[in-house]
Design a protein around this ligand. Structure first.
Ligand SMILES: Nc1nc2c(c(=O)[nH]1)N[C@H]1C(S)=C(S)[C@@H](COP(=O)(O)OP(=O)(O)OC[C@H]3O[C@@H](n4cnc5c(=O)[nH]c(N)nc54)[C@H](O)[C@@H]3O)O[C@H]1N2
Ligand SMILES: Nc1nc2c(c(=O)[nH]1)N[C@H]1C(S)=C(S)[C@@H](COP(=O)(O)OP(=O)(O)OC[C@H]3O[C@@H](n4cnc5c(=O)[nH]c(N)nc54)[C@H](O)[C@@H]3O)O[C@H]1N2
Ligand SMILES: [Mo]
Length: 753
């Protein structure tokens, strides 16, 4: 058997070998539960939607930089690398000399690929920093709301998200798991940067706890559970009523609240208020769970070792701070925070590393990574405010107690992300993308973002370059050896940027005189010299193909040290304890995020159905949508939309029909899948079908034509893309063809001129 070429990805480590001219993908032998997403890799590697050569939008090439409607259907002109790099360098230079570096938006949010050197954003940030700087972005689409809220409530977000109670403490101790958003197994195969052993599926199987699955979708817990099919966006009402029941029946832990928390009093007054008590009868009318069911669940929670977990999706909505804060308050009332198997968790089932007991930085040191350098420009936006920024230069807005102002962006530079996948209200984003003078994108694929750019530079994929990779809590550092030649004329992001650095006079600073291969050895050796365990020399690691990292603590409970001694180990909040009421947040005076958890009614909407736009089970975001596993799930080439048979029959829709999902912002086509496993009135359409616009219709099924581009709140300005209100109708006649599985129209330089 030929030796496998090792590599890793956000969805797992694997080996590849060539067999009859095709790439064969073999899961890592140590992986107990390899990801189904591996099935996309081979089929997507040489897909016709790969970008083969640098390409320039025809109208940009003709007329030069300037605002313009950037149609995804326009032709691109293929040019030689030297011409492309000259154009980008000249444009960067024009913008930095004229409007200045703040006018360059280099936030470049996105997941790119695993690999610690060829990490597209790190490379781009490092380069743009040396070229004078760029407007950056903060936080993430994943957790933009919690990352801002949690420091106010529990002192930092790092612990909650990165040092969650480990799975063994849960399987051994938890008696009742109250899972808001469930623990969706589809998501746990993914950890940013890579994962060698997928442990969560196994731990889920050994769970002995009773499970209360609180979700509009039954599929959000893979095993037996009592299903509470909640109305989307109303978890806070349920949490408040659970808290109300605990307090009014005296089941809450007064000692815990006194010793470890602050601000319970005003929250209690809010719960018990005379005119509007947040009791189970009230909540039943809001969230659709019976009042008796709520009271019974509260009593079971008080009697049991109970872990309350809230998925990240619950904060990716309007007022998304509230379910996270209310979940913590509810756990505080139970008094089990810091006890094994009890307390609070955020993101079990959202990401593979939450609850994983793999290696920690204390034991491994900081695994090699590319330093991003310094950005001389301090202007930033909360990441999901991209369209607002482009549409409203100079406008002021709130963020976490500050008033910020949007810069006037002339040049947008993106490497390793797909805003036409990740952002909300894509028809609005298209209008926003018409505003800058120039949009530059590095991409391996003709994604919707590439098709909305002016200059597209073809990037290699991980199998086409040398790198190493290791994700959070990963058990291994994996050598990612080049397995195949680059596609077409694709170059590594590093080489592309080095070419620009040469043109802008910062080549030596950017490359430090190293080739990519020399960088790998350099970064590895710098880590090796300081790592707290014995690390073999680079050549040995590279030849071996991987290095096992020292194991992490198997049993660790979130906030156990704080619980053991809150005076010696205070939280980094102003009070040192859990802030059920935060004077800081209250002081900001935001009506959409007051000083303690509250129910905020999103108000009426004329569209009768709730859309859940969650993460896809068949791919990572939009990555490798042309791959075999993703394609196999499509219905008449469209992304599947799950709906309840009662909602379907009321609309004359049968299983497998092509349907039009619509609201005031736009519409998309998808393929109906009828299922009793979701709450009536709720439809579900995963993110990530490549955006394929025909006017304001996406013919392929991207839900972000339907979502609203509003922030979670003025506090965090987080992404609120998980929900939308829509209606659905049968699409009669021949649906327009899906076009995004072919490249755009490409012209040669001669034809274009
Ligand atoms: N409606 C709705 N929208 C959402 C969400 C939701 O719940 N609902 N979830 C949000 C969340 S949590 C996230 S994290 C975002 C994800 O949004 P993104 O991270 O932007 O999505 P990806 O599809 O992973 O985009 C990564 C891109 O990088 C490219 N790429 C891969 N490797 C390389 C490389 O080496 N070099 C270069 N130059 N490019 C590379 C890929 O081809 C791909 O196009 O989506 C968000 N959007
Ligand atoms: N296969 C796969 N796995 C992934 C990703 C991927 O693209 N593909 N993306 C990764 C990334 S970047 C991230 S940030 C995480 C995201 O992790 P999450 O945001 O937690 O994942 P989602 O699948 O969007 O949502 C989880 C579940 O929440 C439920 N839900 C939605 N709204 C409500 C509500 O109002 N109330 C309740 N109770 N439940 C609700 C939905 O039914 C959904 O299935 O996933 C990661 N894992
Ligand atoms: Mo995410």
């Amino acid at each position: 058997m030929t030796r496998l070429t090792p590599t890793t990805s956000h969805w797992g480590a694997f080996g590849v070998r060539m067999s009859r001219g095709e790439v064969e993908v073999i899961p890592h032998p140590a992986d107990p539960a390899p990801s189904p997403l591996l099935g996309n890799v081979a089929s997507a590697l040489r897909h016709p939607t790969r970008v083969a050569r640098p390409a320039v939008r025809r109208s940009w090439l003709k007329h030069g930089p300037g605002p313009r409607a950037r149609s995804a259907g326009e032709e691109f002109v293929e040019v030689a690398w030297d011409e492309a790099l000259d154009l980008v360098a000249a444009e960067l230079d024009r913008v930095r000399r004229g409007p200045g570096n703040e006018a360059v938006f280099g936030g470049s949010y996105g997941w790119a690929s695993a690999g610690r050197f060829h990490h597209a954003q790190s490379q781009l940030h490092r380069f743009l920093g040396l070229a004078g700087g760029y407007t950056s972005s903060r936080n993430s689409y994943s957790l933009g709301t919690s990352l801002v809220l949690l420091p106010h409530v529990v002192g930092d977000s790092e612990q909650v998200v990165r040092r969650a109670s480990t799975w063994p403490t849960i399987t051994e101790n938890t008696e009742l798991l109250v899972a808001f958003g469930g623990v969706p197994e589809k998501n746990v195969y993914v950890t940013p940067g890579g994962v060698t052993r997928h442990v969560t599926p196994g731990h889920l199987k050994s769970l002995r706890a009773e499970v209360a699955l609180i979700s509009p979708l039954r599929a959000d817990f893979p095993l037996d559970a009592r299903w509470y099919p909640i109305r989307p966006g109303t978890d806070v009402a349920l949490m408040l009523a659970l808290a109300h029941t605990l307090v009014s029946e005296g089941l809450h832990d007064r000692n815990f609240l006194d010793r470890y928390c602050t601000g319970f009093g005003s929250f209690e007054r809010y719960l018990l208020s005379q005119d509007a008590p947040k009791d189970a009868d009230w909540a039943a009318g809001v969230c659709g769970i019976s009042a008796d069911g709520i009271r019974e669940l509260a009593r079971r929670m008080a009697r049991s070792r109970t872990l309350i977990t809230v998925t990240w999706s619950l904060q990716r909505i309007r007022y998304g701070e509230q379910p996270v804060w209310a979940g913590i308050a509810l756990a505080a009332l139970l008094g089990q925070i810091g006890l094994p198997g009890g307390g609070f968790g955020h993101g079990y089932g959202s990401m593979g590393d939450v609850g994983d007991h793999g290696p920690t930085a204390e034991r491994t040191g900081r695994v090699p990574h590319l330093p991003q350098g310094r950005n001389p420009v301090s202007t930033f936006i909360p990441v999901a405010r991209i369209a607002d920024m482009l549409l409203h230069p100079g406008e002021a807005y709130d963020y976490n107690g500050q008033t910020l102002k949007y810069p006037d962006i002339r040049l947008v530079y993106w490497a390793g992300g797909n805003p036409f996948h990740h952002h909300q209200d894509l028809n609005r984003l298209r209008r926003a993308f018409a505003r800058p003078d120039t949009i530059v994108v590095h991409e391996p694929y003709w994604t919707a973002t590439a098709r909305h750019a002016d200059i597209v530079l073809p990037a290699t994929s991980t199998l086409e370059r040398d790198d190493f990779g290791s994700g959070r809590r990963d058990t291994h550092l994996i050598a990612m050896r080049r397995a195949v030649e680059p596609y077409g004329e694709a170059r590594d992001d590093y080489d592309i940027l080095a070419g620009l650095a040469a043109r802008l006079g910062v080549y030596d600073e950017f490359t430090e005189g190293r080739t990519a291969r020399q960088w790998l050895e350099h970064l590895y050796t710098a880590w090796r010299e300081t790592a707290p365990f014995s690390v073999p020399p680079f050549a040995e690691f590279w030849d071996e193909g991987e290095l096992e990292l020292p194991p992490g603590p198997e049993r660790e409970t979130l906030f156990e040290r704080f619980r053991a001694d809150p005076e010696a180990n205070p939280l980094r909040t102003p009070s040192g304890g859990i802030e059920i009421t935060s004077a800081t947040v209250a002081g900001f005076g935001y009506d959409d995020c007051p000083g303690h958890p509250v129910w905020l009614d999103p108000g009426p909407d004329p569209h009768p159905l709730f859309l859940i736009a969650n993460q896809p089970s068949t791919r990572l975001h939009s990555q490798l949508d042309p791959g075999a596993v993703s394609q196999a799930s499509k219905i008449s080439e469209r992304e599947p939309l799950s709906m309840h048979p009662s909602d379907a029959s009321a609309r004359g829709i049968a299983d497998g029909d092509v349907v039009r999902v619509f609201n005031d912002r736009g519409a998309c086509l998808s393929g109906a899948v009828l299922s009793e496993d979701l709450r009536p009135g709720v439809v579900q359409l995963a993110t990530g079908a490549w955006y394929d616009p025909l006017g304001d219709l996406c013919v392929h099924g991207n839900p972000n034509v339907l979502t609203t581009d509003v922030p979670s709140s003025r506090l965090s300005q987080g992404c609120a893309g998980q929900h939308a209100r829509v209606d659905v109708e049968r699409f009669d006649g021949d649906p327009p063809p899906v076009t995004v599985l072919a490249p755009p129209r490409l012209l040669s330089r001669e034809v274009a001129s």
